[in-house]
Design a protein. Structure first.
Length: 201
């Protein structure tokens, strides 16, 4: 009798476990992870270039968002420039979140040594704006703000593209390399758009 009861209990537990597993699988299929989610490869394979890419690109993206926020708060700004600033902000915040997740998974600090980047990345500039540059954008208004934003963001994007190209060449993590490739493509297109807008302002 005890054996039958034990067998019944075990079978009930097995059915419950399978039911829960089925529910979990169903839920996972219904809510698939967005493209920005880290894959197992993001945690398994990385090198120093991957770490440096994330550490440097996070503050770089954060400054681009700060520049965009500054422009979006102004009146009298060209509507196409305003739309571009919002586009940049919407694209780069998820990328920041993704890179922070990678650094956490890799057991690395979020902020790296920005001062050492020129040496580590072949002497290239990073396109970061100085405090004076940011103050100029903050103080500008109307068409002048639109023009200054475009000029500064072109330089900023050019720095990001150089950083991303270095990552494509030297990085090991497939997800980080894929992000770098996307940054090169997206920001190259945005530079072309900004150059066209500059010609009309």
């Amino acid at each position: 009798m005890r054996t039958a009861r034990t067998t019944l209990t075990a079978a009930t537990a097995l059915v419950a476990a399978l039911t829960l597993a089925g529910c979990a699988t169903g839920q996972q299929n219904q809510t698939e992870a967005p493209p920005a989610a880290s894959s197992p490869a993001a945690e398994a394979e990385f090198n120093d270039a991957d770490v440096m890419f994330a550490q440097m690109m996070i503050p770089h993206h954060e400054q681009a968002i700060e520049m965009s926020d500054s422009l979006l708060e102004k009146d009298g700004v060209d509507e196409q420039v305003r739309d571009l600033a919002q586009q940049i902000k919407d694209a780069q915040q998820p990328e920041i979140d993704q890179m922070k997740d990678w650094l956490d998974a890799w057991g690395e600090d979020e902020l790296g040594d920005m001062g050492g980047m020129d040496h580590d990345m072949g002497g290239m500039g990073d396109g970061m704006m100085s405090d004076e540059d940011m103050a100029q954008l903050e103080d500008a208004s109307g068409a002048e703000a639109s023009r200054l934003f475009l000029e500064q963001m072109i330089l900023h994007h050019e720095g990001a593209i150089q950083m991303a190209e270095y990552q494509v060449q030297e990085g090991e993590n497939p997800d980080a390399v894929a992000l770098a490739e996307r940054i090169v493509e997206d920001q190259t297109e945005e530079i072309a758009t900004m150059q066209d807008l500059l010609a009309t302002i």
